[in-house]
Design a binder for this molecule. Sequence first.
Ligand code: NAD
Ligand code: UDX
Length: 429
Amino acid sequence: MEICIIGAGYVGLTTTAVLAEFGHTVYCIEVNEKKINDLKRGKVPIYEPQLEELLQKNKEKISFTTDIGESINKCSVIFVTVGTPSREDGSTDLTYLYSAFDEISLWLTEFKTIIIKSTVPPGTNKSMSEYLAEKGISVSLFNIVSNPEFLKEGSAIYDMFHPDKTVIGLGNDDKVSEAILRKIYHRLDAPFIVTNWNGAEMIKYASNAFLATKISFINEIARVCEEYDADVMEVANGLGTDPRIGALFLQAGIGYGGSCFPKDLQSLNYSASVKSVHTPILEAVQLINRTQIDSYIKKLGEHLSLLKGKKITVLGVAFKPLTDDIRHSPAIDLITRLHTLGVDVHVFDPKAHLPLDKRHFATQHKTLKSSYLDSEAIVIATDWPEFRRMDWKHVKASLKGILILDGRNCVDKNVVEQHGLVYKGVGRR
Ligand code: NAD
Ligand code: UDX
């Protein structure tokens, strides 16, 4: 099939690579000319494992372009994968979605299936259908389908090849679109969950809210564990063996971040509140997440007494390992807090960089080893594999202090202690 994808971000580029691998011809459209020019030269603007290789492998089947009209004319299917960030009040900013639909509307002369893959609040697929109709476009020229995406950054390609399910939200029991989606994803070995537009939109928000709830739950349990000499890693292990609970997303740490959980929880909260539905669970989940860094600042203060003027190394800038994405990264919140307290902050991340407006908050190093030289303490903020297996002998010899604050419970406590260092984790005994 000939498929158009609007928005060359994390989701759009992954979808482009995977659908091309499935044998489709893909036109990937992006407003940012620099991104498109880079992509045309084979330079991928984000770091995502296997993405560059898969795009390269399928380059004959992929066109990168800013020309939406020409691409839409060639395709019967249009995926919309533009960003849907939060507004100040927690509601979702649909500006990019509307701009994509404005562009699409100019080229709707033949029937197209428009698939909204972006995460959008309940009611949006319906609104977009009405929006096109209000522009005078005949409803016989388009069908809109909700097809939310569940990939995780850092394993996006794997996740898209191996989803748990494909969710399809249809308007008016639209069997035509269902058949088209089944054809597009013919290579997937996962059940199709077919529902209406709002059902699909809600599945996406409920999933992210539930996963964030698991994380805040275990972070809350970690706080209790610390007071009762229990180890949250053992508790999570015990909890996770119960299939009704499940072992995943029970890793205590400095809180969740990223481009999805924070904004999607706010958005769901907002959608509920405008209908006067109270969501105390969602609010508690966010409160725990907002306050999770406090205990690290407290632990550092207890160990080093005065923080002002002390040199401290923060390992990690990205919101999770194996990505360069820094959107809502708890590591950056931590760096900001330490900077505000007058700490001389030094950081290292294998792929991610501090944003321009925060570059003066810390010295970012090119190597791991240079980042902790003469530091009073190391704080692990992102669980990159290279931080798990550090050369602790070198760390001990290079540090001025002895504290290793493992904000992700990702290093072996015993190994660290064997090197004469002091280990503090999250909810550890
Ligand atoms: P992103 O910001 O990385 O990419 C969006 C891209 O769309 C940008 O490059 C932007 O320039 C482009 N764009 C905006 N308006 C455009 C237009 N009119 N025409 C062409 N291009 C346009 O966003 P993302 O992280 O890929 O997320 C996209 C959507 O998918 C969001 O709704 C997000 O919530 C959802 N989602 C993201 C993830 C994830 O892990 N990143 C996972 C699942 C779902
Ligand atoms: C998330 C959802 O998992 C995915 O299904 C959705 O499509 C997009 O949002 P992503 O944000 O890419 O994916 O990464 P994820 O692995 O979910 O991690 C999100 C945050 O939670 C990270 O900051 C991560 O460090 C944190 N996390 C995750 C924990 O603190 N503990 C855990 O056990 C798992």
